[in-house]
Design a protein. Structure first.
Lengths: 46, 329
């Protein structure tokens, strides 16, 4: 019986963690304020 | 004490064993997606190219270099609007391909709006989808392949012709230490729309065909080296030829003038930067898709084994202690 309870606790924790992660999801962020470029940057990201 | 430890180990084992498939088949399909706020720039160059001298007699001439600056900007507000009606995660990329001549002046520029499913990269059709201001309805992919790209042909959208045609899988390749898939597409000579912005003095590019009878033709051989995990190209090369035919090009040989001819490649620093970026993203995708589930499954088995071993040992000790207790009683 104790082993069964331990297994259920483990399973519930896994389900809770995965549902929480997926419900929270990946943050969308905001549109970058950087412009569409009309000159070649000297280096990537500069 | 041993019994309690084996129960804790059992709970952890079940936690890991359950988490492994949940991550792989529940979390991964929901979390692996293109972020809607991505901003990326790319510089491509065509060295020793042929370019029509728009301001100096409209004749093709050899130039040291033509530069193409390509910016890609995720429009979060537009993606939220489309998501509300589409009912799925959508990415809206506003892009600009800005072509610069050897004198640093603009040769042409082509803005695009590309709307696609954040998970599958399938195109999503919504108001605003366009190339150079012309409404289009894309089929297939553009810029990027889906996650876990398959070694097969894909339908690839060509912005110049505004049409999609197969891009053929040629085979596996190794590029800067990465195992990638190599794809090729040949676009045959096709009459294309004049870019809305071109430096032709005294002529509005939007009406040049109607006004002068000049048409623009284009052919290209496109090559992509694609990381199969992320679907991101780590290298791209294009052999592009553009010709003006008839009208203002009537004076040229066979009534045509080369507007552009060149072999376009990524600038070396951007190539290195792209490889590093893709390599980092590849690790993140594999962590969620493969490494974490496999590690958790293995960990679950090890913990289960430990739990069983502890439990068996505890029972044996209890069993060995039992006759002694009975004797002493």
């Amino acid at each position: 019986m104790r082993a069964f309870v331990a297994a259920v606790i483990g399973l519930a924790a896994a389900l809770a963690l995965v549902f929480a992660i997926t419900a929270f999801g990946v943050p969308e962020g905001e549109t970058s304020p950087k412009p569409l470029l009309t000159t070649a940057p000297p280096a990537p990201g500069k | 004490m041993r019994r309690r430890a084996s129960l804790v180990l059992l709970a952890l084992a079940v936690f890991c064993a359950a988490l492994a498939p949940l991550l792989r088949w529940y979390a991964y399909p929901r979390l692996a997606k293109i972020p809607p706020n991505q901003y990326q720039e790319m510089v491509l160059e065509a060295k020793d190219a042929t370019l029509l001298d728009y301001t100096g007699g409209m004749q093709p001439k050899k130039v040291d270099k033509v530069t193409i600056v390509q910016t890609l900007k995720g429009n979060v507000e537009a993606s939220k609007e489309i998501e509300a009606s589409a009912g799925k995660d959508v990415v809206v990329w506003d892009t600009l391909s800005y072509i610069i001549g050897p004198d640093g002046k603009m040769v042409s520029q082509i803005p695009e709006r590309y709307i696609f499913d954040a998970h599958t990269q399938d195109p999503v059709h919504a108001t605003g989808e366009m190339v150079d201001g012309d409404a289009v309805k894309r089929e297939g992919i553009e810029f990027k392949w889906p996650f876990f790209t398959e070694p097969r042909d894909y339908l690839y959208f060509d912005a110049q012709t505004r049409t999609s045609s197969p891009i053929h899988y040629v085979g596996p390749r190794r590029f800067k230490g990465m195992d990638v898939y190599y794809f090729e597409q040949t676009v045959p000579w096709t009459k294309v729309s004049m870019p809305k912005k071109m430096p032709i003095e005294g002529i509005d590019p939007a009406t040049i065909e109607a006004a002068t009878g000049t048409t623009l033709w284009y052919t290209a051989k496109v090559r992509f080296w694609v990381d199969p995990v992320t679907g991101a190209p780590v290298n791209a090369e294009q052999d592009i030829q553009q010709e003006m035919r008839g009208g203002i090009a009537s004076g040229g040989p066979d009534g045509k003038l080369t507007a552009f001819a060149g072999h376009v490649t990524m600038r070396e620093d951007y190539s290195d930067y792209t490889v590093d970026l893709v390599r980092a993203n590849r690790t993140k995708v594999l962590a969620l898709h493969t490494y974490a589930p496999a590690g958790l499954a293995t960990g679950g088995l090890v913990l289960l084994g430990l739990a069983l071993w502890l439990e068996a040992r505890g029972r044996r000790v209890r069993h060995e202690q039992l006759p002694q207790d009975e004797v002493s009683a």
